[in-house]
Design a protein around this ligand. Structure first.
Ligand SMILES: NC(=O)c1ccc[n+]([C@@H]2O[C@H](COP(=O)([O-])OP(=O)(O)OC[C@H]3O[C@@H](n4cnc5c(N)ncnc54)[C@H](OP(=O)(O)O)[C@@H]3O)[C@@H](O)[C@H]2O)c1
Length: 241
């Protein structure tokens, strides 16, 4: 891995961690990978775009986070698991003096999370559901019964700024959001995104899955802060707003 911007230099594993640290306090970063033509999936998953460097960046962004935030569509499509003791992320977190696990918070208007899924039953740090009052009360109760920390934020739809407040009240201030396109669009429209970390895979894919699932009310302006490179993949870090 090497840094191209600012200050070109080779980066070892410790340097990679430093390259992705956030300022102290509340921070929401969005982590995505896309092909050169803007596709975010190959056969419905992001895995086909990845490379060893991208997987290292993914682990670093999780290791630096207090909580992973993800839309239910992505959690389901990508087969999400909790962050487990002894996992690669857990070991990296421990080496940084952090707790070995942290919760995954799933955003779902309909409280679609399956209470029998591993994401719920295997979690060391209880999985969080971010939903709204309109979600089925029976589903919410079943998830709470299964050990999920159910956050009701908003009436008919999830109030994302309110959800970030509720996470911060639990001490979960540094948030790495792993998508997907619907959650990125609403987070940008709500003005709550601090940073976009976009890995650009040197591939052409085609298809329809893109970073955003629809138009924003107005274009978001981003500022390029950092570019890393490994094996032709660019790892960009943009600040938002
Ligand atoms: N390349 C990458 O970096 C990357 C990253 C992430 C995802 N992906 C890909 O994107 C695809 C998933 O896309 P998706 O459109 O399903 O995205 P998504 O945003 O992960 O999921 C959409 C679902 O999540 C819930 N949700 C998202 N935003 C919400 C909000 N603001 N308020 C309330 N609920 C919200 C809703 O769940 P309910 O229907 O349960 O209410 C909604 O139906 C997968 O193929 C995945 O592989 C790629």
């Amino acid at each position: 891995m090497r840094r191209l911007l600012p200050d070109p230099a080779p980066l070892d594993d410790a340097g990679l961690v430093e390259a992705y640290r956030c300022p102290p306090g509340r921070w929401l970063r969005m982590d995505f990978i896309a092909s050169l033509d803007g596709a975010i999936t190959v056969d419905g998953k992001s895995e086909g775009l990845g490379a060893p460097g991208d997987r290292r960046v993914f682990r670093v962004l999780r290791a630096l986070a207090d909580v992973v935030l993800v839309g239910h569509g992505t959690a389901a499509a990508e087969g999400y698991h909790p962050v487990l003791l002894g996992s690669a992320v857990g070991r990296l977190r421990e080496s940084l003096g952090r707790t070995p696990t942290m919760p995954v918070a799933v955003v779902s208007r309909r409280a679609s999370l399956d209470p029998t899924s591993g994401l719920v039953t295997d979690a060391v740090s209880p999985t969080i559901l971010v939903t709204c009052a309109a979600a089925d009360p029976g589903r919410r109760a079943a998830l709470a019964e299964a050990g999920v920390d159910v956050l009701v934020c908003g009436e008919d739809d999830v109030d994302l700024p309110g959800a970030l407040d509720a996470l911060a009240e639990r001490g979960l201030e540094q948030v790495t959001c792993e998508g997907g396109p619907q959650l990125l669009r609403t987070a940008l429209a709500d003005g709550v995104v601090d940073e976009l970390d976009l890995s650009v895979s040197p591939t052409m894919v085609g298809g329809e899955a893109r970073l955003l699932d629809g138009a924003l009310p107005s274009p978001a302006r981003l500022t390029l802060r950092q570019v890393l490179e490994e094996d032709g993949m660019l790892f960009t870090r943009y600040s938002v707003g």
